[in-house]
Design a protein around this ligand. Structure first.
Ligand code: 5GP
Ligand code: ZN
Length: 139
């Protein structure tokens, strides 16, 4: 496969074997390795081998491979580390907290008693939801 890399991207360096990583899972289109600054023990990143910045720009084959790998690694974390649950998360863009500009799925193991990632949720007005639905889908 002809892989597009960015020489300044830390995840491309890992993909090319030019930087070390604690690899968990590999296949033709993806790699999975431990996060060096984990939010929880076993925090794993799943990346496409190709350098693409944004999740919403991925082609369907890469997207499918990425989620299949993420699901396999999630099973490994549960089976091998006794993890009870996992937050599966993508930060899309800087404003959403994306620091590394190479798509990655975070698999964050959770245990009983952990704080939920989403807190302080407030019930929305139906009219607001309908306005938003129209903005997103109509036209
Ligand atoms: P983001 O905030 O972009 O969604 O997440 C990037 C993640 O990559 C962070 O959790 C950070 O700890 C991790 N990270 C950054 N550089 C490296 C690296 O060189 N190797 C590994 N294994 N993880 C990295
Ligand atoms: Zn990259």
């Amino acid at each position: 496969m002809d892989l597009h890399h960015d020489p300044s991207c830390p995840f491309c360096l890992i993909e090319e074997g030019k930087a070390p990583a604690f690899l968990i899972h590999n296949d033709a289109r993806t790699m999975s390795f431990l996060d060096i600054r984990p939010f929880a023990e076993g925090h794993t990143l799943v990346i496409p081998r190709i350098h693409i910045e944004l999740f919403s720009d991925l082609d369907h084959d890469t997207l499918a491979s990425l989620f299949i790998a993420a699901s396999e690694v999630a099973r490994l974390l549960k089976r091998r580390l006794g993890v009870d649950g996992i937050n599966v998360l993508v930060n899309e863009g800087k404003v959403a907290g994306q620091v590394v500009p190479h798509v990655h799925i975070h698999l964050i193991p959770r245990k009983p008693g952990n704080e939920p990632i989403f807190t302080e949720r407030v019930q929305a007005e139906e009219s607001t939801l309908e306005d938003l639905r129209q903005k997103i889908t109509v036209g």
